[in-house]
Design a protein around this ligand. Structure first.
Ligand code: PLP
Length: 449
């Protein structure tokens, strides 16, 4: 099929995720046909620097034969076996071992799933099981944050705090949402430091309002990813820690984006010095080469759910899929052997911070923030008042298109432009990324004038 035929069949038969189906037909989809290193190429032969690592997953880029060969060899040896009914497979044991090594010291057990959404559903099941076994069945409510993203199953979407999603389904009734730590958008006249404390105190207020005896857990991404790379003020996590220390409540950190090196530490929990009870992962664990997710379970929780009798009636056919686990093992080995995360921490992260901050001088940029290899730009019409161009967030969509035209994949969340490039990016490629982003901003300013 040629490009037009592919687009037509796509329109006729494929329902895409998070897509306005009526709109998709008008423009036609971009057909991505190949990728190498940090670059993707579409059917027209247009090559772009992938500033989003696929969908936050291809942290090692696209050319790692070690991963694809590990999958291939496993598929030829034992393509599938389940972990139900007292059975197991070698790759699942080896990956569980490796994960226990690279995650915080107090986390030594893993429950595998097929995705991040499923892993958050698993978290809901584990949380309830834990409190039931502790004989505190009143502890049912899970607190999350507005504008959070925790996946798209009913459980994941209920935990998530995106209003657009909640309008289209019935959320679980035991989940509550508090303020997000989004200083640029919601900080008003407060300094970032004041606002960080303020946003964290809303957790305390919510716990008091609900009654601590009724609250089972608090779930949060270390940095909100899909919500717009919302890097909390430095005061936020220490204050949350103080609040949580006062109450007997589990902390779930959703590390689906920030796990495996994005901040320059292995996990966001390491970066912020937090000690989660459960930790969701997916995406980059296999470098995007094979679907795999899971949740890391702390000793505190594992000791309870493993010690007491009775079946935990939960699991997925593809929990601990052997080929997925081989992809995970190969990915973690590369991260360790090539010191990818150390490079982000010591070299490329600081370099991106310096170069990305220069974009704040652009007339339509209200804020340029970054951390490790993740960044965001707030597009504004007026820097002083932080006023946007319009209520429909047109500028974000325009900037995304201009960016692609200039050979860089950036994503738009409203009028916030976000990047999360592969962790293998060199300093030269960071220069290329910043220059292309700059050109996209110039083009956007012209188009919006
Ligand atoms: C992507 C994402 C999920 C959902 O993962 P899927 O594999 O798409 O189900 C959950 N949490 C966060 C923070 C994510 O970014």
């Amino acid at each position: 099929m040629n490009k037009n035929q592919l687009q037509q069949h796509d329109r006729e038969h494929l329902l895409h995720p998070f897509t306005d189906f009526s709109d998709l037909g008008k423009q036609g989809t971009r057909v991505i046909t190949s990728a190498e290193g940090a670059y993707i190429t579409d059917i027209d032969g247009h090559t772009m620097l992938d500033g989003m690592s696929g969908l936050w997953c291809c942290n090692l880029g696209y050319s790692r034969r070690e991963i694809s060969e590990a999958i291939y060899e496993q598929l030829n040896k034992l393509p599938f076996y389940n972990s139900f009914f007292q059975c197991t497979t070698v790759p699942s044991i080896e990956l569980a071992d490796l994960l226990a090594e690279v995650t915080p010291a107090h986390m030594n057990n893993v429950f595998f799933t097929g995705s991040g959404s499923e892993a958050n559903d698993t978290n809901l099941r584990i949380i309830r099981r834990y409190w039931d076994l502790k004989e505190q069945p009143k502890k049912r409510i899970v607190i999350s944050r507005k504008n959070a993203y925790h996946g798209s199953t009913i459980g994941g979407a209920s935990l998530g705090g995106m209003s657009g999603m909640h309008k289209q389904f019935q959320g679980l009734d035991y989940i509550e949402h508090i303020q997000q730590p989004y200083w640029f958008g919601e900080g008003g006249d407060m300094s970032p430091e004041e606002f960080g404390v303020h946003a964290a105190r809303s957790l305390d207020e919510k716990i008091q309002e609900l009654g601590p005896d009724n609250v089972a857990a608090f779930i949060a991404e270390p940095i909100q990813g899909a919500g717009g790379v919302i890097i909390p003020p430095e005061t936020y996590w220490p204050e949350v820690k103080k609040v949580l220390d006062q109450y007997d409540i589990l902390l779930v950190m959703d590390e689906v984006i920030f796990g495996f090196g994005r901040t320059g530490e292995w996990f966001g929990a390491d970066y912020y010095g937090m000690k989660p009870d459960l930790m969701t992962f997916a995406k980059a664990v296999t470098n995007g080469y094979f679907p795999l997710g899971g949740t890391m379970v702390s000793d505190r929780v594992a000791d309870v759910i493993k010690a007491k009798g009775g079946e935990f009636t939960h699991g997925y056919t593809y929990s601990a899929h052997p080929a997925a686990c081989m992809a995970g093992i190969a990915t973690l080995n590369i991260l360790r052997e090539e010191k990818i995360i150390e490079t982000v921490r010591d070299t490329t992260g600081p370099y991106l911070a310096k170069r990305w901050a220069e974009l704040a001088d652009h007339p339509i940029v209200g804020e340029a923030r970054s951390l490790g290899l993740v960044g965001a730009l707030e597009l504004v019409k007026d820097k002083g008042s932080r006023a946007r161009f319009d209520d429909q967030c047109t500028a974000g969509g325009v900037c995304r298109d201009m960016s692609i035209k200039n050979g860089l994949v950036m994503r738009a969340t409203g009028d916030t432009m976000i990047i999360a490039p592969p962790l293998i990016l060199t300093t030269e490629q960071i220069d290329e990324l910043v220059e292309k982003a700059h050109r996209a901003l110039d083009d956007t300013a012209r188009a919006m004038a």
